[in-house]
Write a protein that binds this ligand. Structure first.
Ligand code: ATP
Length: 298
């Protein structure tokens, strides 16, 4: 008899804006008819817990460990799985779901659950910023500052995010930075510097629409200043997926970059604010994580 596919679901009960969805009930309903799947459900109890739970599930021999949550939960589970033989799965339940959208994981939970029962597997690159792994995007400047304020806002969702971003836009000022990559040094200002492994921040906001998650390269997006007219062009470029062509941002690709900043600057990984620093070492580790993705329909 063929071996069963062992899947461990790690649910972040605090993620997303729709917490009333009963994920264990959905799993029972949609996996009951999948005799080839053996699964368990575990809940996270605190921030950071999913890293430990993922590592433990991989050590127990689960083939897929699923992050049930947003990009913060995906980041924790992915971190826990680095260097193990288990693949990351995603049941998207965040407000942005950047990595799930990039990998074309269905946003509707029944469809996402069904595809996990018959997955394809793919390896993806993993970024590191000051040794914090990221899978989707990391960044310095305004986007990190907004992540910090968003975390303090008390409510979640796109509406709160936009409100916070508009409020902070009036206050935030660019910082002088020095970037070193491929032996070249560039002195510039930084309003936003994004390191994109995947194409989008989440919510189909395409910061680097040409980013390929398995090409061994990071797409760097630099916005040196953001006066009002350019802010409108950047917003449209993010929504329409044509920011590179708009000329409102400058792009580079590289596998490694060092950034020094004139003043401490906030940084985020996968949308979660980490802290402030003046020195950033950013690098890409090629194909370091296996992910379970939907089968491509031919
Ligand atoms: N049981 C828990 N209690 C409190 N916080 C938790 C718990 N489990 C996980 N967390 C934290 O919740 C944070 C937010 O989770 P996540 O990003 O998945 O959801 P979200 O913020 O609603 O989604 P999105 O990032 O798409 O907006 C994670 O960074 C994680 O550290």
């Amino acid at each position: 008899m063929p071996e069963k596919l062992r899947i461990c679901f790690l649910i972040n009960p605090k993620s997303g804006t729709n917490r009333r969805q009963d994920v264990p009930a959905l799993l029972t309903r949609y996996l009951a008819a999948e005799p080839a799947v053996d699964y368990e459900v575990r809940l996270t109890q605190y921030a950071g817990h999913a890293v430990e739970l993922a590592r433990q599930a991989a050590a127990e021999g689960f083939r897929i460990v699923v992050a049930v949550g947003g990009d913060g939960t995906v980041n924790e589970v992915g971190r826990g799985l680095l260097g193990t033989r288990a693949a990351l799965g995603i049941l998207p339940r965040g407000s942005g779901n950047g990595l799930a959208r990039h990998l074309r994981v269905p946003l509707a939970l029944p469809a996402a659950i069904r595809q996990l029962a018959r997955p394809d597997f793919q390896r993806i690159d993993v970024g590191h910023i000051n040794e914090h792994p990221f899978f989707c995007t990391a960044g310095l400047g305004f986007d990190a500052h907004v992540s910090k304020c968003f975390a303090q806002a008390g409510t979640r969702g796109l509406g709160t995010y936009v409100q916070v971003a508009l409020r902070e836009y009036r206050r935030f000022r660019p910082t002088p930075i020095t970037m070193t990559m491929q032996g070249k040094t560039l002195e510039t200002n930084c309003y936003v510097l994004a390191f994109a492994n995947a194409a989008q921040y989440g919510n189909n906001a395409y910061i680097a629409p040409l980013a390929d998650i398995s090409d061994g390269l990071l797409d760097l997006c630099l916005i040196d200043a953001l006066p009002l007219l350019r802010a409108v062009r950047v917003s449209l470029g993010l929504a329409l997926g044509n920011l590179p062509a708009s000329g409102a941002a400058v792009y580079h690709t590289c596998s490694q970059v060092q950034v020094r900043t004139a003043q401490p600057l906030g940084f985020h990984v996968d949308g979660d604010y980490v802290g402030d620093a003046q020195q950033f070492d950013v690098r890409l580790e090629p194909l370091a994580l296996e992910v379970a993705v939907p089968k491509v329909k031919l």
